[in-house]
Design a protein around this ligand. Structure first.
Ligand code: MG
Length: 166
């Protein structure tokens, strides 16, 4: 069976967080809801996520910093920023920092799903591109190496491309 897409949701508004988590769990995402930035960064250190939805305005570590730290830990995680009114400028700033997209609250589930689909698309695309780059680098060096050493490297490459089993 295909594993579910692992989604981290970070928002300090408890009710919003709970509702969004419920809605996306119903759509078959494997959702981990957390109420603050520090906890989000901590949990993402222990387990890998495919996607994250991050609120921009939060006490403590704000969305911008969370985005930066998540990306630093795992460059392949795609992050969607959620903003309230009047914070579009900082949301635009976030796309420069590597967030996939930003959405204004409250957002329709269908719209969010569409953005999540595109974000996941980009994730798969960039991961496959990395594998391809590594594969051609391996082929370049292959002439000077033994078949067994090449097999081992191919195996490693294949394993590292799999979703983490954590
Ligand atoms: Mg907030």
């Amino acid at each position: 069976m295909t594993r579910k897409i692992k989604l981290l949701i970070v928002d300090d508004e408890e009710r919003f967080l709970r509702t969004l988590a419920q809605r996306l769990t119903l759509r078959d995402f494997d959702v981990t809801p957390v109420g603050n930035g520090a906890q989000a960064v901590e949990i993402a250190r222990e387990q890998a996520f495919d996607l994250a939805i991050v609120d921009l305005k939060m006490p403590g570590i704000g969305g911008e910093k969370v985005l930066e730290l998540l990306k630093k830990q795992d460059p392949h995680i795609e992050v969607v920023i959620l903003t309230g009114h009047g914070t579009i400028d900082s949301a635009v700033e976030c796309t420069k920092l590597g967030s996939y997209h930003y959405l204004q609250k409250p957002c329709e589930t269908e719209e969010l799903l569409d953005v999540l689909k595109n974000a996941y698309w980009r994730r798969v695309q960039s991961k496959l591109r990395v594998d391809e780059d590594r594969l051609s680098a391996l082929l370049d060096s292959a002439t000077s190496e033994s078949p067994l050493s090449i097999l081992r490297k191919l195996r490693e490459l294949e394993e590292s491309g799999k979703p983490p089993g954590k």
